[in-house]
Design a protein around this ligand. Structure first.
Ligand SMILES: N[C@@H](CCC(=O)NCCCC(=O)O)C(=O)O
Length: 240
């Protein structure tokens, strides 16, 4: 049985209705990696979130809104234009319960930020106003499958092993980033301006967060599927 990967979603608020949505590239990447994707709508019922986890083998925390700054004890600066407390509550509870079960988790963009904030770390609310000498990380006028900047993996990290290299060119689409790494994680990838581009849990089977968007690269640059294959592989059930 192929591993079932739950993918978190966001509220897509239209004038007359609210939809549950996620970029289809997450779905395609899980399928390409040999998993079965299912979407996890945001819910406020905590017990329902736990039943979600009963139905999946691995969790993918997708991208989206800024995490509420009060989660890491800060009032929002003017560059923070929106957050979704319901999604924060849902995903933070889901992530913590997934860790309690040692369920494999991959966080992407917002997802790495949720993981870090959930375990007591903090975020740069806006790297372009809070980080000196920061490079480009938000090429709004370029296709999302554009390789935009380099990152370097820490020697011996899981991500170095997954991609079989110490450095990689990635796409980018964020204005926030991990600032203080939560104690449970280690930062294992950095861009050349020292922005944290990945974190890995020190103890769990597979709890990895990346700041770039590998799901948007898996068609044009197939080596990025390796990260989803690692999630799917870690999520395989012990059939015996
Ligand atoms: N708000 C955070 C995270 C940005 C992010 O997740 N962007 C992708 C959104 C759409 C998608 O999921 O593909 C930040 O700006 O740093």
């Amino acid at each position: 049985m192929k591993p079932i990967i739950g993918i978190t979603t966001f509220y897509d608020r239209k004038p007359q209705k609210v939809y549950t949505a996620v970029s289809d590239s997450y779905v395609r990447s899980v399928i390409l990696a040999g998993g079965i994707p299912i979407l996890l709508p945001v819910v406020e019922e905590v017990e329902l979130a736990e039943e979600y986890l009963d139905a999946i083998d691995g969790l993918l925390l997708s991208g989206g809104e800024d995490v509420c700054t009060m989660r890491y004890g800060e009032n929002p600066i003017k560059e923070v234009e929106m957050f979704c407390p319901q999604r924060d509550d849902f995903e933070i509870n889901l992530f913590i319960e997934a860790l309690n079960r040692d369920m494999p988790v991959l966080g992407i963009c917002r997802g790495i930020q949720v993981m870090n904030a959930a375990l007591g770390g903090s975020l740069y609310q806006d790297i372009f106003t809070q980080v000196d000498n920061v490079l480009g990380h938000l090429p709004k006028k370029m296709p999302v499958d554009t390789l935009f900047h380099c990152i370097n993996f820490v020697k011996g990290s899981r991500l170095e092993k997954i991609f079989d290299t110490r450095n990689l060119r990635v796409n980018s689409y964020h204005h926030q980033a991990v600032k203080q790494v939560a104690d449970a994680f280690i930062a294992t990838a950095f861009s050349t301006d020292h922005i944290i581009e990945a974190i890995e849990h020190k103890d769990k089977k597979f709890a990895v967060g990346v700041q770039w968007h590998p799901e948007d690269l898996t068609i044009k640059y197939p080596h990025f599927i390796k990260l989803f294959q690692a999630l799917v592989s870690a999520s395989e059930r012990n059939e015996n």
